[in-house]
Ligand binder design. Structure first.
Ligand code: PMP
Length: 416
């Protein structure tokens, strides 16, 4: 009965690893997938995670019973605290409902389905460019995905004009450009997806001042923020600092959705640990929202897994383990920052044409190199270097050994 089925294309991001695995070259480098690698090119399990797992294994009181539909209650509480802050007014007023979901992707999907069922506006604005899975997640959840301008290739920065923004407050839409124009012309109440920090794939984040302007604009048009936080701690190396934009939106008392992932910042990729929080207008609404989230989750996967959130809760509840985590997280972030500097220096020393300062300016796991798809194909063919076709490279996959090879490849691609 399935004889006529068509072959589906590979996922554009995960397909890079499939091609990489097939390449027999000893010098091949995979810069496609956003997963941390050590200086030796190996995946990393954080020491604090190993300790937490050991504690869980040694605890005879632990069973493998089902979790409730909404997941591990303590994990949910600690996750909300981690992103919104311990002193968050929304938490204190019991206006936050948090449910454990299947990593960041599952949190986005559950949030999307909830909105499709219960929110009056079904259009979600996502930045261009964005993580390739975003449009698919929200479309399949039942929303309509539209885009807003985010990245300006000419400046390799945010497509955001502060002067124009100031003018627009007294003039009209005529003066607006880029991100501000697109959000200003979105229908009232539309949903807007915002990368909380370390924007993927561009590595370009708004400044605090720009965030404040985005917040004012969005609140003035009742646009509903849906934050995606997949890299808390990876942008600045500080968990609190990376959460600042989100906390600015919570501080104004308005509503928002938040999808959190522990894949990158705790290295729990395959454990699929994440959380969806919805900040509501009142405690009473939060109770009803939670009851509806259960109806979304129950027929989807019934209840989430137990191991991952137990590891996270073990670490977050203990101040010593928490501190150890922040040290290990900072070490990962710092190694990436040092790779940025070294790649920049390597291109400079080769005299590679072009301004490569964006490599050190961009933030988080990725560099949006500016290489075009032809150059990307050339580097794969001739140098066995694998990246997504938009020229995004995962800085976490670089080390002292493969970095000169990458610099040679970029130089050759640019000068050929
Ligand atoms: N959002 C963004 C922006 C991401 O880059 C990722 C991971 N690449 C995710 C969400 C979700 O990842 P996961 O489902 O593994 O937590």
């Amino acid at each position: 009965v399935f004889a006529g089925i068509a072959q589906a294309p590979e996922d554009p991001i995960l397909g890079v690893t499939v091609a990489f695995n097939k390449d027999p070259s000893p010098v091949k480098v995979n810069l496609g997938v956003g997963a941390y690698r050590t200086e030796e090119g190996k995946p990393l399990v954080l020491n604090v995670v190993r300790c937490a797992e050991q504690m869980l294994i040694n605890d005879p009181s632990r069973y493998k019973e089902y979790l409730p539909i909404t997941g591990l209650a303590e994990f949910n509480k600690l996750s909300a605290k981690l992103i919104f802050g311990a002193d968050s007014p929304a938490i204190q007023e019991n206006r936050v409902v948090t449910v454990q979901c299947l990593s960041g992707t599952g949190s986005l999907r559950v949030g999307g389905e909830f909105l499709a069922k219960h929110y009056h506006e079904h259009t979600i604005y996502i930045p261009t460019p964005t993580w390739g899975n975003h449009p698919k997640i929200f479309t399949l959840a039942g929303l309509t995905a539209r885009t807003y301008r985010y990245y300006d290739p000419a400046t390799r920065g945010l497509d955001f004009n502060d002067c124009v923004m100031a003018l627009s407050l007294i003039q009209d839409l005529f003066f607006l450009t880029g991100l501000v124009e697109d959000l200003s012309s979105a229908p009232l109440g539309s949903i807007v997806l915002l990368h909380a920090c370390a924007h993927n794939p561009t590595g370009v984040d708004p400044t605090v001042d720009q965030w404040e302007k985005i917040r004012q604009l969005m609140r003035s048009k009742s646009l509903l923020p849906f934050f995606d936080s997949a890299y808390q701690g990876f942008a600045s190396g500080s968990l609190d600092k990376d959460a600042q934009p989100v906390r600015m939106f919570v501080a104004d008392g308005g509503e928002l959705l938040m999808a959190q992932s522990y894949a990158k910042n705790m290295g729990l990729y395959g454990e699929r640990v994440g959380a969806l929080s919805i900040v509501c207008g009142s405690a009473d609404v939060a109770v009803r929202v939670e009851s509806q989230l259960k109806l979304v989750i129950r027929p989807m996967y019934s209840s989430p897994p137990l191991h991952g959130p137990s590891v996270v809760a073990t670490i977050l509840r203990d101040s010593e383990m928490f501190n150890e985590w922040t040290v290990e997280l900072k070490a990962m972030a710092d190694r990436i920052i040092s790779m940025r500097q070294q790649l920049f220096d390597a291109l400079k020393s080769r005299g590679t044409p072009g301004d490569w300062s964006h490599i050190i300016k961009q933030i988080g796991m990725f560099t949006f190199t500016g290489l075009n798809s032809e150059q990307v194909a050339f580097m794969r063919q001739e140098y066995h270097i694998y990246m997504t076709s938009d020229g995004r490279i995962s800085m976490a996959g670089l080390n002292m050994k493969n970095l000169p090879h990458l610099a040679d490849a970029i130089h050759a691609a640019v000068t050929k």
